[in-house]
Write a protein that binds this ligand. Structure first.
Ligand code: UDX
Length: 467
């Protein structure tokens, strides 16, 4: 099929490249000429495993093109994806001006046969109808007759760091529209993915397709992200209680996660959730509720718990080092999660700000930032090029991002460079035994310290023995 994707951010570029990979002819549009030139040379503007490879293969097969020419893209596509950003405004509401500009642009170029306009961006509930009106206005201004179009809401659930995998292995595809013709075209577009022809495990049942009205599809996206964010805030709250009562949240998560009603994913306690989606989508949903006179109390609390959690490492540093003024803190990782170079709403940012406020010196090492040299917005932190340099002169290390390579570091060697061998594991990612054996005081989130674990008498074992 002929596809046009407008906006080559995370969602747009991955969607365009993956649709081209499965045989569609895709034109991706972006108004940033430098970015378009970069993509035309086969390079990905974002770090995302596997993306550059599928882009290059699809370009060689003649299935993927990049241009700044919206008119050309609109003329080409039977299916037009709107995949531009909807960043949060300072108020927390969603900024829809880019979606509006694209809808206007589509309206001013629309001609030819029937088209499906797909809202892939996470847009406030009700945007489907709004987009339709803007497109119609653009068409009316030109006094054109067109073959008609329908709007579909097709929210995206891909995760950064595994975006390509997620696109080929979705848990479900959501199609919201009141047009059976548009839904049928979308099913045809996704047919190879629905049939799992490009999936890791092609023997699974077909991907479920959830057909809804437009508003429900828009709500599904917000509700999914709000639920996952709340689930993490929940386990973080449990972790904080675990810290106080001496329980281990990793064991608690395992114990509750095996209940299929709860599920084991997204129960990793840590220093809080960040990224380009959860913070903005949860706050946009709270604002939508307010617009309709409803106070979404649970969601507000999920955000509040997260704000507090971003400072949990600071609290632990103060407990162990007391005065932070003049001390040097080394951060292992900066990005909001591994396998991405994204720093948007990363919990590290607020921690750095507060450590600086308290007079500590902050250094950091992140493998991707060391590789790409990108350290924008990180003026208050000295970015080191490896972990040994990071450890040099530190009073404590804090693991911020669970990069796999951090498990393989020579902690004994790092410890030798440090003033005091303290590590706060902000993701409960490292093995406390390895760290303790390397001479570190290991402090996790919601986990008893290693000393506690080894010194706790095994009451259960004694009882069994006595019995
Ligand atoms: C998320 C959604 O998962 C995805 O479906 C949606 O399309 C976009 O938003 P993403 O932001 O890429 O994806 O990252 P995700 O893996 O969901 O992690 C979000 C944040 O939650 C990260 O900061 C991560 O560290 C944190 N997290 C995640 C936890 O703290 N604990 C967990 O158990 C899981």
């Amino acid at each position: 099929m002929r596809v046009c994707v407008i906006g080559t951010g995370y969602v747009g570029l991955v969607t365009g490249a993956c649709l081209a990979h499965i045989g569609h002819h895709v034109i991706c549009i972006d108004n940033n000429a430098d970015k378009v030139a970069l993509m035309q040379s086969g390079q990905s503007p974002i770090f995302e495993p596997g993306l550059a490879e599928i882009m290059q293969a699809a370009m060689q097969a003649g299935n993927l093109e990049f241009t700044t020419d919206l008119g050309a893209g609109v003329a080409h596509g039977e299916i037009l994806f709107i995949a531009v950003g909807t960043p949060a405004l300072p108020t927390g509401e969603s900024d829809t001006r880019y979606v509006e500009a694209v809808a206007r642009g589509i309206g001013s170029h629309l001609n030819g046969g029937y088209k499906v306009i797909v809202n892939k961006s996470t847009v406030p509930i009700g945007s489907g109808d709004w987009v339709k009106r803007i497109v119609l206005d653009g068409v009316a201004e030109r006094q054109q007759t067109i073959a008609g179009f329908d709007v579909v809401s097709n929210p995206e659930f891909l995760r950064e760091g595994s975006a390509v995998f997620d696109t080929f292995n979705p848990d479900r595809i959501v199609l919201g529209s009141n047009s059976t013709k548009a839904i049928a075209m979308m099913r045809k577009l996704y047919a190879p993915i629905i049939a799992r022809r490009f999936a890791e495990d092609p023997f699974l049942l077909p991907v479920p397709v959830v057909e809804t009205d437009i508003s429900s599809a828009e709500m599904i996206k917000y509700a999914a992200n709000a639920f996952l964010a709340t689930k993490i805030s929940f386990i973080n709250e449990v972790a904080n209680i675990c810290d106080r009562v001496g329980a281990d949240v990793t064991q608690v998560a395992q114990g509750i996660g095996l209940d299929s009603r709860i599920g084991k994913k997204f129960l990793q306690a840590g220093i809080g959730w960040g990224g380009s989606c959860f913070p903005k989508d949860v706050s946009a949903l709270i604002h939508t509720a307010v617009d309709y006179g409803y106070d979404a109390q649970l969601l507000r609390k999920a955000v509040a718990v997260n704000e507090r959690q971003k400072l949990i490492a600071l609290e632990k540093l103060q407990q162990v080092l007391k005065i932070l003024k003049g001390k040097t803190i080394g951060l292992l990782g900066l990005t909001f999660k591994p396998d991405t170079d994204d720093m948007r709403d990363a919990p590290a940012l607020i921690l750095i700000e507060q450590l600086n406020r308290l007079g500590a010196k902050v250094k950091a090492y992140d493998p991707i930032i060391a590789q790409t040299g990108m350290a924008h917005g990180l003026s208050d932190v000295k970015v080191e090029s490896d972990a040994v340099q990071l450890a040099d002169g530190c009073d404590a290390l804090v693991l911020i991002t669970e990069w796999q390579s951090f498990r393989k570091l020579d902690y004994a060697k790092l410890g030798e460079k440090m003033i005091s061998k303290i590590i706060i594991d902000g993701r409960n990612f490292l093995d406390p035994e390895v760290l303790t054996a390397s001479g570190f005081q290991y402090i996790g989130i919601g986990r008893p310290t290693h000393k506690d674990i080894t010194s706790t008498p095994s009451v259960g074992a004694e009882l069994v023995a006595t019995y």
